[in-house]
Design a protein around this ligand. Structure first.
Ligand code: AMP
Length: 282
């Protein structure tokens, strides 16, 4: 496994493989790797000849009051996980190189980023879309793998790639969960034991929403009311937003038809968690 730090070395690695007709799958991450990332790596392994994982805690996507300094970092462990998973190259760029002092360009996706995560975390998606564009330009992967866990982010990246005519195919993979349903997240390690228990309320609310829909409920108002009530009943949880949306436009819907996504974010103590569930009706 190659560990690559400079942009130049990364483009050289990628160009060399492309000359030999080798396809590259990229898994962009912020490190602190867990089984969710591992599932993306395995999907990349199956679909592409060579796999690159990028590990970069992108300062641009954290607000001034957010947890950039606290964000978990575990590079030696991450490298071992990548090695075990048969990753070919780990790209660990340095912020000083990606964002040189004269840097002043931003890539922004408009409407899709003005709601949900974008409202709660101003500037967040601008950081995400800018760094993803840079990573795709540097690595030039045939495919890049993203998790459904960050549903809005994946849809935003799909939009970006289509709008800018980038040649990478974006692949969305399902959310990996703990046995009790909590979506794996690098931030779960911030939860105290009591908060960890309380955090299962996110998935429970999503399941309750799905059950209502399966039982025939089509009014989003009623579905949201039932889900909100469940979250409010958990004293350690504070709901940030809850929305029932169209899977690609992310517009809120009033009645459930076809496929919808239940999206939510909640604070559990000082930790902000997000989750979602895709529900289809006939
Ligand atoms: P992060 O390191 O949190 O920026 O995440 C890197 C990638 O892993 C993103 O595409 C996430 O959506 C994805 N990811 C994070 N958690 C999970 C999970 N529990 N299941 C599947 N994918 C995930």
């Amino acid at each position: 496994m190659r560990r690559i730090q400079s942009v130049k070395a990364m483009t050289t690695w990628s160009a060399g493989l492309h000359r030999e007709g080798v396809t590259i799958g990229l898994v962009p991450t912020m490190g602190a790797l867990h089984d969710g990332h591992r599932a993306l790596i395995r999907a990349a392994r199956l679909a592409c000849d060579a796999v690159a994982v990028s590990i970069f805690v992108n300062p641009l996507q954290f607000g001034p009051l957010e947890d950039f300094d606290r964000y978990p970092r575990s590079l030696p462990r991450d490298l071992r996980l990548c090695e075990r998973e048969g990753v070919d190259a780990v790209f660990v760029p340095r912020a000083q190189e990606l964002y040189q002092p004269a840097f002043e360009t931003a890539v922004s996706v408009q409407r899709l980023t003005r709601r949900y995560e974008g409202l709660s975390r101003p500037g967040h998606f601008g950081g995400v879309t800018t760094v993803v564009t840079k990573l795709l330009n540097i690595v030039r992967p045939e495919r890049a793998f993203f998790g459904q866990k960050d549903y809005q982010q994946t849809v935003v990246v799909e939009r970006l790639v289509a709008d800018l005519n980038l040649e990478t195919k974006i692949v969305m993979r399902p959310t990996v969960r703990e046995p009790d349903g909590l979506a794996l997240s690098s931030r779960n390690r911030f939860l105290s034991p009591a908060e960890r228990k309380a955090a299962t309320v996110l998935y429970q609310a999503l399941l309750a929403g799905r059950e209502l829909i399966r039982a025939g409920e089509r009014s989003v108002k009623k579905i949201e009311a039932a889900m909100t009530k469940l979250i409010w009943a958990e004293p350690l949880a504070r709901l940030d937003y809850l929305a029932v949306v169209h899977p690609t436009t992310l517009d809120e819907v009033r009645r459930v038809r076809g496929r919808v996504v239940l999206l939510l974010a909640a604070w559990i103590g000082e930790t902000r968690l997000i989750d979602n569930l895709v529900v289809s009706v006939r």
